[in-house]
Design a protein around this ligand. Structure first.
Ligand code: PLP
Length: 325
């Protein structure tokens, strides 16, 4: 049962006060969260009172079973959707949602690759046993020392965020005598949050190169022997419900994909993360396999109408892997 908040509450209009504040909505809490006859909370079969006694508070508790179930479920849904269209998908855990060596171990054991966006996250992921060849490095202001370290450990992909970074990565890779795979992050002008998305021709956004500047960056990468072009990347926001924002962004990215194919191969389209999760019982989620199918289908359709092959896809869920746990 829910009741409305007072009109003047400093809260979104849709938010409602639960009649029973001790209720544990199944969409918000881990599946293992339960109350005993006295109302005491247990997670994963362990009473929180016991945890408090043992570790003190504040205490951050994660349910490993829940994290693994989300990681595996998203991995299988996205790969299944891609395979239904004759391609494959890589699923990266976006480490900024929550990163510890132990969590890295769980998600990689469930088949995920790992995204990092700082030296600290890189070292944490390595400590958790992640294979650097299955890691991506993000960020719009990467230090040269971070790039050095990423290339030194053999990172699978660096997601380039600006033209100058191309030259920095190329120089480091050339000095080390390696060929570094890079993606180009594009700003599609689609920015989505929750149920709405905003689609503009140009957006003043701090991440990525504008769509119309991307061909120049890609051409530059293709002419540098110490770089290998891995594909295009975009990430349109966070806490997104429904497929519409992804579909709009996919149509713009496929347009660019068509342009880039004229000058060489474009192995992978990375569509980022941002899948919404429930924070209250009001939030209604589309079952993830349905969402995954709708997004992949949109990309496949955009490719098909242009007579283009569907490339390998990649996704980067973060909060949807870890939040409910
Ligand atoms: C934050 C982020 C993600 C993950 O977003 P979630 O909302 O946690 O799924 C994926 N890719 C990039 C580049 C990000 O910055």
């Amino acid at each position: 049962m829910l009741s409305a908040l007072p009109d003047d509450a400093l809260a979104p209009h849709w938010l409602q006060v639960p009649d029973d504040a001790n209720d544990l909505p199944a969409t918000v809490w881990p599946a293992s969260a339960q109350r005993d006859a006295d109302g005491a909370l247990a997670i994963g079969g362990v009473g929180v009172a016991e945890l408090r006694t043992k570790y003190g508070t504040p205490l951050y508790v994660l349910d490993e079973t829940e994290v693994r179930a989300h990681a595996r479920g998203m991995h299988d849904a996205l790969r299944g959707a891609a395979q239904a269209h004759g391609t494959d998908a890589r699923v990266y855990y976006a480490g900024k949602a929550f990163m510890s060596a132990e969590v890295v171990r769980w998600v990689t054991e469930e088949g995920l690759c790992v995204d990092v966006c700082s030296r600290g996250e890189l070292e944490t992921a390595l400590a958790g046993g992640a294979d650097p060849a299955r890691m991506g490095y993000h960020g719009n202001n990467k230090r040269v020392s971070e790039l050095e370290r990423a290339i030194e450990v053999g990172i699978g992909a660096i997601v380039v965020d600006s033209a100058i970074e191309i030259e920095r990565i190329a120089a480091i890779a050339a000095r080390r005598g390696v060929v570094q795979r890079v993606f180009v992050r594009v700003n599609t002008g689609v920015h989505a949050e929750t149920h709405d998305f905003l689609a503009t021709a140009h957006e003043d956004q701090k991440f990525g190169v504008p769509l119309d500047a991307a061909p120049v960056s890609v051409a530059r990468i293709r002419e540098i022997p110490s770089l290998e072009f891995g594909g295009i990347h975009c990430h349109i926001g966070s806490q997104i419900f429904g497929a519409a924002g992804f579909v709009e962004s996919a149509s713009r990215v496929v347009e660019l994909y068509a342009t880039l194919l004229a000058g060489g191969s474009v192995p992978t389209l990375n569509l980022g993360g941002g899948f919404g999760i429930a924070y209250t019982r009001v939030d209604q989620l589309t079952p993830f396999p349905e969402l995954a199918s709708a997004i992949v289908e949109a990309v496949a359709r955009e490719c098909e109408v242009r007579g283009l092959p569907l490339p390998e896809l990649a996704f980067e869920p973060g909060r949807s892997v870890i939040g409910q746990a």
